[in-house]
Design a protein around this ligand. Structure first.
Ligand code: DX5
Ligand code: ZN
Length: 219
């Protein structure tokens, strides 16, 4: 059993104890870092310094989810801070192709996220250029929201298109309301990475929560 990858989100962690919080989720291969600017989403978190500080404490894949307007302005700073993947929102990027190649030319992997109401076909002409697609299954901004079931169709579309185009390395990530109830359907639809905020950070045994999510698809 190899399972899917789990990327705990630190959004609901205690930021005054960030080192201990990160130590408690080392069983996960990835760490999902939610950056919010108070404009693109109705919440504010932190910037590149947090990523640079976290980079010193973990070898996990640092997966930076930029929920910010004008991402091009900050991508170089997040790259310098030690991000491995940078994901921008399709809705926040006017010249998405340029933005994706800005990330790749800095030597990082590039992802594009879609809000729940954004048609998945918006990715049709950029899919072969991507390392990761992020299907948002809640409206971004806060942890602890309920999974939007219509997201499953979008995951399936990306899965099928990736197969048709032979994009075997494309990661399909799902973010929002992922827990032991919703994860089996998400995995069945074709997700390769589960982002989990409250389902991991809110669990009394975080290592167990990560393992349960990883294997709940039965693979
Ligand atoms: C929401 C963030 C998520 C959030 C998920 O805007 O992008 O990464 O932390 O939290 P849960 O898993 O609690 O829905
Ligand atoms: Zn996120």
């Amino acid at each position: 059993m190899t399972g899917v990858k789990v990327a705990p989100s630190i959004l609901t962690a205690d930021f005054t104890r960030i080192k201990e919080e990160i130590n408690s989720i080392q069983d996960a291969e990835w760490l999902h870092i939610d950056v919010m600017d108070g404009h693109f989403v109705p919440n504010i978190t932190f910037g590149p310094k947090m990523v640079a500080d976290i980079r010193k404490w973990t070898d996990q894949v640092l997966d930076v989810h930029l929920m910010i307007e004008n991402p091009d302005q900050f991508i170089p700073e997040f790259a310098k801070a030690g991000a491995d993947y940078i994901t921008v929102h399709q809705e926040a990027s006017v010249h998405l192709h340029r933005t994706v190649y800005m990330i790749k030319n800095l030597g990082l992997k590039a992802g594009v996220a879609l809000n729940p109401a954004t048609p998945v076909m918006a990715l049709e002409h950029i899919l072969p250029d991507l390392d990761l697609v992020l299907i948002m299954s809640v409206n971004p901004g806060f942890g602890g929201q309920s999974f939007i079931p219509a997201s499953l169709k979008k995951i399936r579309w990306v899965r099928e298109r990736a197969l048709e185009l032979g994009l075997t390395d494309l990661e399909i990530q799902v973010d929002g309301g992922v827990n032991l109830k919703t994860a089996p359907g998400i995995i069945k639809a074709g997700a390769t990475i589960l982002v989990a905020g409250s389902a991991v950070i809110g669990a009394s045994d975080r290592a167990k929560a990560i393992a349960q999510l990883r294997y709940c698809g039965g693979n």
